[in-house]
Write a protein that binds this ligand. Structure first.
Ligand code: NAP
Ligand code: 3JM
Length: 335
């Protein structure tokens, strides 16, 4: 018995991966309903080798659908998720719209799949930078209790959507061809050959000096680890990489965990691969993680500035484990 699946935002960076992941994991789709804006109605997507027409998302889009995978932005989710729920279509929401709502499980299956059965029609997929972080923090927290975490991210441009990717390509060519001033519409500053300490690029900074992305990582990590006072601080940064988010992570723990013990612990963690052989220049890189399902961790070493501390480098494909794959894994648990 298959299920009927609506994919909202099917023409986007995440939606496109959603179809590929459903296909390659043989998700038992009976009917696929690809949904996007009126701009895309009439276009086709390819699913299992067949063309399927994209429909415009409306209040009536969820008739007969069992699962709705949403990734068309938070305002679209706020407006249309209630129509899906009305039709008993269970929603896996990839946006920030409901993540922090009580009664909405925020799930990374390897970490807290046990929260899924408590849902009331919506299960939220965390932010891409949160997912790869908690996959690594959870086994460490369970073993030696984390006292404090300091994270700096190096996030790929695909995390900002297809238009942002296009702008980076065009700006790169423009600069290499020495064409002078470049007219940009997505990023507030040069993104090619540059590093921007502001994610998302369009939102104002919060009164506390943080960005939305930084606060998402903090609040979501606390919710997933089930500890509202978990000590974590973040700086989120966009780098001119197409695909794959990297994170420099400093972890202080209550009890001692040596670098070797951490490597051993993390090599047994589901969904995590330790890539850590500095003498042979082996460490995780965005270029290797792109297109892969796992989250990679390396450069694991003692932080000499504290009694019990570790530094590490965590990399994952932001469109796969950071978005589409995690959402489909949640849907797999649902059925
Ligand atoms: P994108 O490449 O810009 O794609 C946006 C998608 O949303 C397109 O399919 C677009 O359809 C659709 N859309 C826009 N306005 C719409 C409307 N009024 N009605 C119906 N569909 C509409 O962006 P993306 O990178 O795929 O990200 C999409 C969203 O996913 C983000 O806004 C974010 O909320 C979420 N996201 C989540 C994660 C995560 O969970 N970790 C990561 C990245 C993104 P058209 O082609 O017709 O315009
Ligand atoms: C990642 O307001 C918006 O729609 C922002 C869109 C967005 C989000 C989000 O807030 O849902 C772009 C990129 C995310 C996310 O995963 O939090």
């Amino acid at each position: 018995m298959g299920v009927n699946v609506a994919v909202v935002g099917v023409t986007g960076a995440v939606g496109t991966e959603m179809l590929r992941v459903l296909e390659r994991r043989n998700f038992p789709v009976d009917e696929l309903r690809p949904l996007a804006s009126s701009r895309s109605a009439g276009k086709n997507v390819i699913f299992r080798g067949k063309e399927v027409p994209v429909q415009e998302l409306t209040a009536d889009s969820f008739e007969d659908m069992n699962i709705g995978l949403f990734s068309a932005g938070s305002s679209i989710s706020r407006k249309f998720v209630p129509y899906a729920i009305e039709k008993n279509c269970v929603v896996v929401d990839n946006t920030s719209a409901f993540r922090m709502d009580e009664g909405v499980p925020l799930v990374v299956p390897e970490v807290n799949a046990d929260k899924i059965p408590g849902h009331n029609g919506i299960i939220a997929n965390p932010n891409c930078s949160t997912i790869q972080l908690v996959l690594v923090l959870k086994p460490i927290h369970d073993t030696v209790k984390i006292r404090r975490v300091v994270v700096s991210t190096y996030q790929a441009v695909s995390g900002a959507g297809l238009k942002a990717l296009d702008e980076l390509k065009k700006e790169s060519e423009h600069i290499l061809a020495d064409k002078g001033e470049f007219n940009r519409s997505i990023f507030p500053h040069q993104m090619a050959f540059n590093v921007l300490p502001q994610i998302p690029q369009s939102n104002a900074f919060l009164p506390n000096g943080y960005t939305d992305e930084e606060m998402k990582m903090i609040n979501e990590t606390r919710k997933i680890l089930d500890d509202s006072s978990f000590r974590i601080t973040t700086t989120t940064v966009r780098v001119p990489v197409f695909r794959g988010h990297s994170e420099s992570v400093n972890i202080e723990t209550e009890e001692k965990l040596s670098a070797d013990q951490a490597r051993d612990l993390l090599s047994k963690a589901e969904g995590v691969i330790v890539l850590d052989d500095p003498s042979n220049q082996i460490y995780p890189m965005a270029s290797d993680a792109a297109g892969k399902d796992e989250t990679f961790v390396g450069r694991i070493r003692k932080d000499h500035s504290v009694e019990n501390g570790l530094n590490m480098w965590i990399v994952s494909d932001n469109l796969l484990k950071g978005a589409a794959l995690n959402a489909v894994q949640i849907a797999e648990k649902l059925i």
